[in-house]
Design a binder for this molecule. Sequence first.
Ligand code: ACO
Length: 332
Amino acid sequence: MQYLAAGMAVTGSGSASPAASLDNHGLSQIVDTSDEWIATRTGIRSRHLANAQESLAHLGAIAAQNALSMAQVAATDIDLILLATSTPDDLFGSACQIQAELGAKHAVAFDLTAACSGFVFGLITAAQFIRTGVYRNILLIGADVLSRWVDWTDRRSCVLFGDGAGAVVLQANENDRLLGFALHSDGCLHDCLNVNYKGKARPLTQGMEVAQGTYQPISMNGKEVYRFAVNRVPEVIEKALFQANLSTADIDWLLLHQANQRILDAVAKRLKMPAEKVISNMANYGNTSAASIPLALDETVRQGQIKPGDTIAASGFGAGLSWGAAIFQWQR
Ligand code: ACO
């Protein structure tokens, strides 16, 4: 390989949301719920929803373009595009459509599926390519259009989700700004949260059949997911901090997957982190799955709150079940 092994730095962020939004009052006309119930149980007040003309790839491309502009990197200088998503426009993958839309003609592009952990899993995957010296410039996009798979008659789950995209530019750097990480999966808990494929037998020849069908709407055991998140997330952040040789006192920002404000509060309490260090924007977006962390990061950066050199503890968690944490420094 022509490059020497290097450290990784996060040098730009971007995000994009569908134009239309639905607030809790609007939702209460679809299912038997109320703004009061949703806001007190989840912290969510509104969510953006993609219409039939809006593609996941286009949302991802806008977020990516914004991240490239901030990092001042040309699309043609990107070596790899990683798209973390569970809701591609094309089951064969949507990363290549983003590559084409950006004109990133030198980049290899592929999808990575790890549900709400997708962004953190993608960050660590990207870091391996940079640390081994294989690639220097990587675009990591987290994007999801979960509204396509929500059961809009199920008030226990449809109030939680929204659509969106976020992206970061990751670049080879003299100093490694990824300070520590830990990733986990437990497939035994798959039943707690899934979008399962269901096929119906279609006979082809005698004794030979295939299963043709479609994916089922999101199925979720809310109480189990809540229990899982408040126990596993503080644990995995502490593990990543240990690897980084840091303590919670060294963290400037706690950047969790934006699933539910009660989960954020419980995790922050266990880590003894004050509320002002906890990034939260789910009130306006709901749970946007793989997009939630880069979307919240980008918003906080653009508000001028996250400063160069700030240390961020990010954690994604969700279907799989899967969970992970990454400790990194923001550098522009
Ligand atoms: N509006 C009004 N009432 C509702 C609603 C609603 N939207 N949803 C449920 N209820 C009712 C239920 O019917 C039930 O009524 P009942 O007692 O008469 O049967 C009552 O409220 C309590 O229902 P629960 O499902 O037990 O509600 P719970 O207190 O567990 O809160 C919630 C549900 C908010 C989903 C919670 O379990 C939670 O936060 N779980 C975490 C799940 C999560 O964040 N998932 C996101 C995806 S996974 C991820 O990203 C990690």
